[in-house]
Design a protein. Structure first.
Lengths: 111, 113
């Protein structure tokens, strides 16, 4: 157990729908990162939050958004879903002087 | 542009054999380099992390090397086991960029009995 918790583990939804993925970082970590990994592809950085504020943005589509709450958990919102959004979505967290650790991911299937 | 390239893309070896995976990067300014193991459908798990001043680090049967001058790293796996079958990802961190990571595409290793 890495200490980073992602829910749900699996999600199946239809095109055009909206879903929310949740991530609880390892206790004490202030930074949360979201990554997308499509089938047989490398991890693509989406967005980073630090203590509630957006810190860095990667290749995140406008249809996607995220936020980090005061209790430091984070949510990734994916809207107007397309078939190509089917992927594994990973959350990772890090803290001062602490390593970077990944959650087990949420597998999203858009049908 | 910050990039991390890994080779080979895939590798098949027999159980008990050794193998070496390569990573070349153009990330600058360099902070550290990590190797992760990712089992299919699971999150990446850290194997090693090396800073600029370290040129080798071991974790059990895994040994990583780093040549910061040539911007190359390798991951050597000795006495491979079936459970080593996974993707191995080289990740480079950019200094002064909020712990931003640049991921390589990974090497998919299959260990056969």
């Amino acid at each position: 157990d890495s200490g980073v918790t992602q829910t749900p583990k699996h999600l199946i939804t239809a095109t055009g729908q909206r879903v929310t993925l949740r991530c609880s970082p390892r206790s004490g970590d202030l930074s949360v990162y979201w990554y997308q990994q499509s089938l047989d592809q490398g991890l693509q950085f989406l967005i980073q939050y630090y203590n509630g504020e957006e810190r860095a943005k990667g290749n995140i589509l406008e249809r996607f958004s995220a936020q980090q709450f005061p209790d430091l958990h984070s949510e990734l919102n994916l809207s107007s879903l397309e078939l190509g959004d089917s992927a594994l979505y990973f959350c990772a967290s890090s803290g001062e002087g602490r390593g970077y650790t990944f959650g087990s991911g949420t597998r999203l299937t858009v049908v | 542009k910050n990039q991390v390239e890994q080779s080979p893309q895939s590798l098949i070896i027999l159980e008990g054999k050794n193998c070496t995976l390569q990573c070349n990067y153009t990330v600058s300014p360099f902070s550290n380099l990590r190797w992760y193991k990712q089992d299919t459908g699971r999150g990446p798990v850290s194997l090693t992390i090396m800073t600029f001043s370290e040129n080798t680090k071991s974790n059990g049967r895994y040994t990583a090397t780093l040549d910061a001058d040539t911007k190359q790293s390798s991951l050597h796996i000795t006495a491979s086991q079936l459970s080593d079958s996974a993707s191995y990802i080289c990740v480079v961190s950019v200094r002064n960029a909020g712990n931003m990571l640049t991921f390589g595409g990974g090497t998919r290793l299959m260990v056969k009995p």
